[in-house]
Design a binder for this molecule. Structure first.
Ligand SMILES: [Zn+2]
Length: 229
């Protein structure tokens, strides 16, 4: 019998993360088809809450999952032009995983910047000045939050996820991906790292849900409180 992930695809699971339209708090609803949200932060009741992830992100999650499912079924064979079909499939899982990580950071920072109601030209200028993942992580993130990435990661608490250990894996996956894409001589990706990408995918999602609730939700909450005054 297939698991929920196998039956519905990971993208369907991503759709179960909903955002409160009143206070921007994000939570995962218990079942895929459930739509009724009672926000635990502001108690707003909503039968049509917004999905937290956009379609392109869900599509990337689905593509990563499909690559993984295809890869684990492939037999070990001799390399063709230095790489086996299984290794190539494994590499695509890691590439998708790293792309999802980059998209999640980009979406988070974009939501953050838009809170300041800056002119569109200035937003575009900021986005073009911070056009790589490293610059966004190491320069723009601390400029907006007032804290370095690792300080924030270390302070986040979760029963399910060790975010510092997750961050170490994110760096390892990015190194593997960069060695493959930029050095071009590293096709030795085995099943181990692809399984870790799958295992860590929703921990990565939970990290950005936690960041949303720490910053975007809190900013919106303060605005709501001001309006009440
Ligand atoms: Zn709410």
């Amino acid at each position: 019998m297939e698991t929920v992930e196998e039956e519905h695809g990971f993208a369907r699971l991503a759709w179960s993360y909903k955002k409160c339209r009143k206070c921007s708090f994000v939570l995962k609803l218990p079942t895929i088809n459930e739509n009724n949200l009672k926000c635990p932060a502001c108690e707003f009741e909503d039968s049509t809450p917004s999905p937290f992830f956009d379609l392109s992100l869900c599509m990337m999650i689905d593509l990563m999952h499909e690559s993984y499912r295809t890869g684990i079924k492939l037999p070990e064979t001799s390399p063709v032009f230095g790489v086996t079909p299984k290794q190539a499939q494994n590499a695509s899982v890691v590439i998708f995983f790293c792309t999802i990580r980059e998209l999640l950071l980009e979406r988070f920072l974009s939501s953050f910047i838009r809170w300041f109601a800056l002119p569109v030209s200035l937003i575009k200028r900021v986005e073009s000045d911070y056009d790589t993942h490293e610059r966004r992580l190491n320069k723009l993130f601390p400029a907006l939050t007032g804290q370095k990435w690792i300080e924030v990661i270390s302070s986040l608490k979760s029963k399910e996820t060790d975010f510092v250990a997750l961050d170490l894996f994110l760096k390892r996956a990015a190194t593997e991906r960069n060695n493959l894409l930029h050095e071009g001589d590293h096709f030795g990706m085995d099943d181990t790292i692809t399984k870790e990408c799958i295992v860590n995918l929703f921990s990565l999602v939970d990290l950005f849900v936690a960041l949303n609730n720490l910053y975007i939700h809190q900013m919106r909450n303060r605005l709501i409180q001001k309006i009440k005054i």
